[in-house]
Design a protein around this ligand. Sequence first.
Ligand SMILES: C[S@@+](CC[C@H](N)C(=O)[O-])C[C@H]1O[C@@H](n2cnc3c(N)ncnc32)[C@H](O)[C@@H]1O
Length: 248
Amino acid sequence: MRFRVTPYHGNLLGDHERLAAFREAISSRARGLTYDLGAGSGILSFFASEYADRVIAIERDPKIAACAGENLSGLDNVSVVNEDALHYEFTAADTIICEMLDTALIDEEQVPVLRRALRFLRDDGTVIPQAVFNAAEPVTVNFENIMYDENLSQPSSGPMRVYDRVEFRGDLPEIFRGSLKLQASSPFNAIRIISFTLTAPGIICGPTPMMNPPLIIPLGETGDKGEVEIKLSYRMGGGLDSVEASII
Ligand SMILES: C[S@@+](CC[C@H](N)C(=O)[O-])C[C@H]1O[C@@H](n2cnc3c(N)ncnc32)[C@H](O)[C@@H]1O
């Protein structure tokens, strides 16, 4: 099957590791009335149509929503809606698929959208993905702005530590605020955040070419080697401007 897409959504389709992790989760968990939020080209709705009674694909961008409408037109149990999921009037859902992931859930609306949609999820309903784990490691950089580091080009100065687990089925906090203790083998001046996605129990995928690129956050000063405590906060869905990080 050939999908009509924008260049960005074409790249998402080419990320087979991401698609495999979602496809497996959808095949084992999607059922009943399923919403696909941020449906893009409609690929996850396409997977879900095999297992769910009915799929409603919601996409805000009119250009890709039109492509999804065309891509899924042959499937009787799928409808595409060009609307912002933050304003959509949901009905009781059995499954919610939402792939608006971004590293540590900072730069896309995964959390605000799910906070709204979860009010309509049945008690025994399922969210795909299930959770995200966020980890951090000390690094040394020669720049001062927050930047994605897809290729892990900056050497790490110590081991990675998971500092947060966000369960999409539970109470979703809007803000992360916490302190993390990192062990550094040499002085460092930034942290690199790496997010791992649990699409369903037992199916975990790390950053993939198009999902959750590692994010470097400069700290504005240099931390010594040994154990160093970092204060970190951001608003989930609040964008990179909401990030604050410093050495305690
Ligand atoms: C990372 S892409 C994923 C697309 C598709 N689910 C896939 O797996 O290929 C996220 C999509 O969510 C859409 N989106 C972002 N915020 C949205 C919102 N509030 N309501 C509906 N769609 C939204 C974007 O336009 C984009 O197409």
